[in-house]
Design a protein around this ligand. Structure first.
Ligand code: UD1
Length: 427
């Protein structure tokens, strides 16, 4: 297993290109299951989660060809050979559940394993299932699988309100409704940019959708969808992560492809903390204003609120801020596993349930730490960049799920970071 070694201390200068969004790409890829015509995604990120979705689609009989070093995914699901998503692939990634809606809508039946994914909280899929049931699906949960069947004649449009906002459940329902008979009205839907991207791609394929980016979406089902070519939206989480690098270390970094509308609430918090963000023709330029970072409080919420996927990285910034900040996690249970690791680096953090209180210290010190999930791992790297001495981050496979070329991108702005093969005791 590889490790990442970070030697902290220096300011960062230069530019970092931001990739297409992992979470958008993972929901766009299953759209291939809705049509027998080719679907091509451009600006795809090169990540292990994308390779897992590729394997899942291929196991169903889709053709997925990766072109231009993985930045273009050419997909076709002309003749699917299976409507069963096996545990062996699904367990690696929770987003695998996103094949359920499309398979059910196009084929009238599907068998999908219940998912695994990051070890953060319980994270059920009941909201996905309820929305499909509202469209007439019969679901049977046994042996760790969902056995789903549409009514004769296919899924039927329905009015459905989500009791809590869920990104994935909104995506599954939207994909299923695109091919259902009649009108579907979905209320209390997620408004994330990845949902807007999904609706835009579906529209290119001939779907009739209104209201994406608001909390109600209306979908007029069509009998078939066409192929399309669609660029994946910029990854706002990768963007926010790299914006934090000069905030923590000092210097000035331009994040190419960055857009304020993707990270508006996050930028408000950076401004409060004493970080300058300027829109340029090519993206967002970030630098620290004079003096030490100020402590700010953060509450994670569905978009347009502060994203849970930037909470660990923001905590890394707060560790060396002037004063005390409270980070409240309202989206994902048990998402403070990075706190004890940061404490190993000299941070002063107390966690009580869904709140973490961070008392800023002058300096962090490098230490061996363990990545516990995808976003936590990059939070530890950011902390390492600010720390005195050497930080060794283990279990970096989490990182490969969501950050392409992280070492290369950070080295490009002057960070002292390298990836090494771990030497185990029996080697
Ligand atoms: C997506 C993102 C993930 C991000 C999360 C919240 C992808 C691939 N992943 O995950 O990076 O952290 O949004 O912004 O896009 N819930 C239920 N029942 C369900 C579904 C969800 O109770 O059926 C709960 C979850 O446990 C969680 C909350 O709803 O507490 C929000 O989860 P959701 O928005 O569904 O997250 P994901 O789509 O899984």
């Amino acid at each position: 297993m590889d490790q990442i070694i970070v030697r902290g201390g220096g300011a960062l200068h230069g530019e970092i290109p931001i990739a297409g969004a992992k979470n958008a790409c993972l929901t766009l890829m299953p759209l291939t299951l809705l049509t027998d015509q080719p679907l091509t995604l451009t600006n795809a990120p090169r990540l292990s989660d994308i390779r897992t979705m590729t394997s899942l689609l291929q196991s169903l009989g889709s053709e997925v060809v990766s072109l231009q070093d993985g930045q273009v995914l050419a997909m076709s699901s002309h003749d699917l050979t299976s409507q069963k998503a096996d545990y062996d692939i699904v367990r690696k990634m929770r987003a695998s559940i996103l094949v359920l809606g499309p398979l059910l809508a196009r084929y009238g039946h599907a068998v999908v394993s219940l998912p695994g994914g990051c070890a953060i909280g319980a994270r059920p899929v009941d909201l996905h299932l309820k929305s499909l049931e509202a469209m007439g699906a019969e679901l049977d949960l046994r042996d760790g699988y969902v056995f789903a069947k549409a009514p004769a004649g296919g899924l039927r449009g329905a009015a459905h309100g989500f009791p809590i906002v869920s990104v994935g459940a909104t995506e599954n329902a939207l994909m299923a409704a695109a091919l259902a008979q009649g009108t579907t009205v979905l209320k209390n839907v997620a408004r994330e940019p990845e949902i807007v991207d999904l609706a835009q791609c579906l529209r290119r394929m001939g779907a009739r959708i209104e209201g994406e980016g608001t909390s109600t979406m209306t979908i007029e089902g069509v009998t078939q969808l066409n192929g399309a070519t669609h660029p994946v939206v910029t990854d706002r989480i990768e963007l926010g992560t790299y914006m934090l690098a000069p905030a923590i270390c000092g210097g000035e970094v331009e994040c190419l492809g960055g857009r304020i509308d993707l990270v508006a609430t996050f930028c408000e918090k950076l401004d409060e903390a004493g970080v300058d963000v300027v829109e340029t023709e090519r993206g967002l330029k970030v630098s620290r204003k004079n003096g030490r970072i100020r402590a700010v409080d953060v509450v994670t919420e569905p978009f347009p609120g502060f994203p849970t996927d930037l909470q660990a990285q923001m905590m890394a910034l707060m560790c060396t801020a002037d004063g005390t900040s409270v980070l409240e996690e309202r989206i994902v249970e048990n998402r403070f596993m990075h706190a004890p690791e940061l404490t190993r680096m000299g941070a002063r953090i107390e966690v009580h349930g869904g709140h973490a209180t961070v008392h800023g210290v002058e300096k962090l010190r490098g230490a061996p730490v363990m990545a516990t999930d995808l976003r936590a791992s990059v939070g530890l790297i950011l902390a390492g960049l600010a720390a005195e001495g050497e930080t060794i981050v283990g279990r970096v496979y989490h990182l490969d799920r969501g950050y392409e070329k992280v070492v290369r991108k950070l080295r490009g702005v002057g960070a002292r970071i390298e990836r090494i093969k771990e030497v185990t005791s029996d080697e």
